[in-house]
Design a protein. Structure first.
Length: 258
């Protein structure tokens, strides 16, 4: 005989949130949601696997939180910078600071540029510490080890790799990201098309156009028009190709309200 085990949930560890931009939506269900007989208070934001999202499906507070934590770590790097060479400072930045700036980045990439620029400023602060010449070194021997790829560059490369897994490799758990192929049109000098192009979701909301599917669908169409034989590439080949291609695009895909 095997004893049956039951999974129990703690109401005090359960989060409830009404997803709406209307201030009247919350009071309609306030104190009506119950878990195990215990009413659940509504929250303005919930945290899922370390990522905080508010009731308007925005990640502004999450960006502020990670920016604060990463900034504290840059301050810690400043305190030990005099004991490290440039390679050591760069390694410490990559291992202890940049992961905060990139954790689950594809989920919150819809944030406005004003928020993501805060993260760019933190990387810039860290790189100034990395590139600061050590006092004993004469200026003639100064060889900066940076710049690194921008955080946006790294997010875009990662997004293209994930989209390739969904669109070409058919990874099952990414099936929700797949987009229908675009109906074939003739290329012009201004608009290139490829057989791998997908339909881009249309929206009048700039936030929606910045989301993963909206932004990466547009980027994928430009990328596949410039990079041949995308169907034959494995994940590593796509990553290398996406990195080279993205380096040639300093600015990319500013959303346009349709």
């Amino acid at each position: 005989m095997h004893s049956q085990s039951k999974v129990t949930f703690a109401p005090e560890k359960t989060q409830a949130m009404v997803v709406s931009r209307s201030p009247a939506a919350g009071p309609v269900v306030e104190w009506r949601l119950r878990f195990g007989g215990v009413p659940l208070p509504l929250q303005e934001a919930v945290k899922v696997l370390g990522v905080e999202v508010d009731r308007e499906l925005r990640f502004d507070s999450h960006i502020k939180h990670i920016a604060k934590k990463a900034s504290h770590r840059v301050s810690a790097l400043r305190r030990v910078a005099s004991f490290l060479d440039r390679g050591g400072k760069l390694l410490l930045y990559k291992a202890q600071i940049r992961p905060y700036l990139e954790y689950a980045a594809l989920s919150w990439m819809s944030c406005a540029a004003s928020h993501t620029r805060r993260l760019d400023n933190i990387q810039s602060r860290a790189l100034r510490l990395v590139d600061a010449a050590d006092p004993p070194d004469p200026p003639a021997q100064f060889e900066p080890v940076s710049p690194l790829d921008s955080l946006e560059h790294r997010r875009d490369v990662a997004a293209l790799v994930v989209f390739h897994k969904a669109q070409v490799q058919g990874v099952p758990h990414l099936a929700g990201l797949r987009q229908p192929p675009r109906i074939a049109t003739r290329s012009t000098r201004m608009v290139l098309t490829s057989g791998d192009a997908v339909e881009v979701p249309r929206s009048r909301a700039s936030q929606h156009q910045r989301t993963f599917v909206g932004r990466v669908s547009r980027m994928w169409n430009i990328f596949t028009a410039a990079v041949p034989r995308i169907q034959e590439m494995n994940t590593q080949s796509v990553k290398l190709a996406a990195n080279r291609w993205r380096l040639s695009k300093p600015t990319l895909l500013t959303p346009v309200i349709l």
